[in-house]
Design a protein around this ligand. Structure first.
Ligand code: MRU
Length: 346
């Protein structure tokens, strides 16, 4: 579904995730920005591999592809077998542990079918539930854009971390949606884009999206963010989240925590943009959020070129937790909440 402002590629509005002829179609986020390549995911193993290797990445995007992936796996069944459906769901669930949207998307499809006993009805309902989930995800991010744009004044200089744009979601983005709305409304904005080591989602993907949209920006080294905040050159920080705990703590791309601490130290508002599909109300606090550790090679090399002392051990947590006390507000599709008010949100 492309409401009106889905991703712009070479000036053309382009949906980021959809199904066609039984395949799931999405942009290859490893090939970008060098090459614009679409991938067609045709079975469960291809979907799991695409999520695990980050061909598709970003919390709402993997929730959408996970939901479509489960419906696709069910469409391949020759007989109704709940054990197999359970195993398929588990295989998808295990691809990436931190982003709650994945679990949310899978559970949405399961809830639509688990009371049924006819294979073809299960297959139809699974597909329509997945499509409804993806459409709702796009609509939620659009609403995040509308609410968040109110925080952005003409001339605002915003810092963001990782990629929480259209690529990471269905069409709109979370952290980038308010920026796109503000820009579309004619406000002049400037975006500081953290490069986001080790996988450079900021330098490769966020900068590419902003360039496609014609939004003024500059890529900065991750360790330059404090410099610009201290010098008073950043008015607002907005990032996405991979999981929000009930107490308002959030997990997002590694490095988010230190940006939040430096923002607070410098009196700069720090906002999280995330749909309710990212909020895990069963998770009490950030301490309970599972943090994915990825391979050493992501840190010890860049684009396949070794950059580290060979043989030295590496640690590579993909996410960190930002405690609620550093977060000014959480921009959701239902409005902007103080982190401590999330639990009582309608
Ligand atoms: O490891 P990634 O690239 O999937 O991590 C993505 C992020 O941390 C994003 O900031 C987050 O998913 C919010 S996306 C809209």
């Amino acid at each position: 579904m492309c409401l009106t402002l889905c991703m712009k590629i070479n000036g053309k509005n382009t949906p980021t995730v959809y199904t066609e002829g039984g395949s799931i179609v999405t942009l290859d986020q490893i090939a970008l920005p060098e090459r614009i390549e679409w991938v067609r995911l045709n079975d469960l193993n291809e979907v799991c591999d695409a999520i695990a290797t980050m061909v598709v990445r970003g919390a709402p995007a993997i929730g959408a592809v996970g939901a479509f992936g489960l419906a696709q796996a069910i469409s391949h069944l020759k007989a109704l077998d709940w054990d197999v459906i359970g195993q398929n769901k588990q295989q998808l669930f295990e691809t990436r542990p931190t982003a709650y949207d994945l679990e949310h998307g899978l559970e949405h499809v399961m809830a639509a079918i688990q009371h049924l006993d006819d294979l073809s009805e299960v297959q139809q309902r699974a597909q329509s539930a997945a499509q409804a989930y993806v459409d709702a995800s796009a609509a939620a991010c659009k609403a995040i854009g509308e609410h968040g744009a109110e925080l952005i004044k003409d001339g605002c200089r915003i810092l963001t971390h990782c990629n929480a744009g259209a690529l990471a979601t269905v069409d709109w983005g979370t952290a980038l949606a308010p920026l796109r709305m503000a820009h579309a409304a004619g406000k002049k904005i400037f975006v500081y884009v953290d490069e986001t080591r080790p996988r450079l989602q900021g330098a490769r993907l966020t900068a590419w999206e902003l360039h496609q949209e014609g939004i003024e920006h500059a890529i900065i080294a991750d360790n330059a963010a404090g410099h610009f905040m201290y010098r008073g050159e950043v008015d607002l920080v907005i990032t996405g989240a991979d999981r929000v705990a009930r107490n308002g703590d959030i997990a997002n791309k590694i490095g988010t925590y230190e940006k939040a601490v430096v923002a607070k130290e410098n009196g700069i508002p720090f906002y999280i943009a995330a749909p309710f599909s990212t909020i895990d109300f069963n998770c009490d606090s950030g301490a309970d959020i599972p943090i994915e550790e990825r391979t050493a090679e992501e840190v010890s090399s860049v684009h396949g070129v070794a950059v580290a002392s060979p043989g030295s051990p590496v640690r590579n947590p993909a996410f960190d937790v930002t405690p609620a006390k550093y977060i000014t507000g959480i921009i959701t599709e239902k409005g902007i909440f103080k982190p401590e008010d999330l639990g009582s949100a309608p």
